[in-house]
Design a protein. Structure first.
Length: 322
């Protein structure tokens, strides 16, 4: 008898829905762009409809659905799973769990996307069950999830892990959260184009062959590999900001593993991995850096779905879900 899990990952740019089996195999998956012209309730209902449709397509006689889980952007209040005021989606006070539980007709575990990804890395990463693990995504935005002593750490109200809003540049650029100088305001995918403009305005762009844009992480990465000075400068500066933030986390939490994911981090892996490692080690306490490994996840965009699976499988027994 197959045990099936329904999983959804709602991101700022795309929505993934999938049916997985209990071994972590994705049996069927659907991807669609995140709509910004619809009410949150409608978007969540569409996610539920997609999940039920996928289940119908892949289902066989005798299958049992073990449960459903969804990864959604924060801030997400805990334990109510209400999305409070998401700077990435522009949603306010959305009771995600209630809406999805009604839409699917079964209980749904709802967790902040970066926490789900941390669970994915913890259970399905290259070094499973590393008890002290920090997951960091550098994508459209920057976020994180903390596994401390083998448990997901949510903090008092559910707000832990907001690594993207650590201040790394006092009086720096305005962030989506309304404050200034957050890591996300200087290192996220969505601010790369603005930073290229600034480089050009500052005289860096004379020999740039980037073309008219728009520039995303991929275009900048390609230009940096060709030796473009402005692109290299943006990549280097991003690495420094990330390194500074990670070193602060390493000094605070002494993790064994820092796992990087997200389209920017993964797309730039060859460009930043060794310099990021150097940066962090030069800024962290030697004791804290002694056992530290910084990895780029191989789970790709499935990491959130695998986290959803882990959340369902381990909700009653394993560490990580409490
Ligand atoms: Zn911020």
């Amino acid at each position: 008898m197959r045990q099936l899990i329904l999983a959804a990952d709602l991101g700022a740019t795309k929505i993934l829905t999938a049916v997985l089996d209990s071994s972590g195999r994705i049996l069927i998956q659907e991807k669609s762009p995140t709509p910004y012209d619809q009410e949150p309730v409608k978007v969540l209902e569409q996610i539920c409809a997609s999940l039920l449709g996928l289940q119908q397509q892949v289902g066989q006689e005798g299958d049992r659905v073990m449960g459903a889980a969804a990864a959604v952007p924060g801030p997400l209040s805990f334990p109510a799973a209400v999305m409070l005021d998401s700077p990435n989606l522009g949603w306010k006070e959305v009771p995600v769990r209630d809406i999805m539980t009604e839409g699917l007709g079964m209980p749904v575990i709802v967790e902040k996307d970066t926490n789900m990804a941390a669970l994915g890395a913890y259970y399905f990463g290259s070094t499973p069950f590393s008890p002290n693990l920090i997951y960091i995504t550098v994508s459209t935005g920057v976020g994180g999830g903390l596994i401390l002593d083998g448990r997901l750490y949510r903090g008092q109200a559910g707000g832990a892990g907001e690594i993207g809003h650590m201040v790394v540049e006092r009086n720096g650029p305005v962030c989506g959260c309304g404050r200034r100088g957050c890591l996300e305001a200087v290192a996220a995918g969505r601010v790369l184009a603005r930073r290229v403009e600034q480089m050009r305005a500052g005289g860096w762009g004379a020999d740039m062959d980037l073309g008219p844009g728009p520039w995303g992480a991929r275009e900048l990465g390609e230009a940096a590999r060709r030796g473009d000075r402005a692109a290299l400068a943006v990549v280097r500066e991003t690495t420094q900001f990330l390194g500074q933030a990670i070193a602060n986390l390493v000094n605070l939490f002494n993790p064994q593993l820092v796992v990087l994911g997200g389209s920017v981090a993964q797309g730039w892996r060859d460009l930043i991995s060794s310099s990021l490692d150097e940066q962090v080690r030069s800024l962290a306490f030697p004791l804290n850096a002694r056992d530290l490994r910084i990895e780029f996840t191989d789970l790709g965009e499935a990491i959130g779905l695998l986290g959803c699976l882990a959340a369902v499988l381990h909700k009653e027994r394993g560490p990580g879900i409490n």
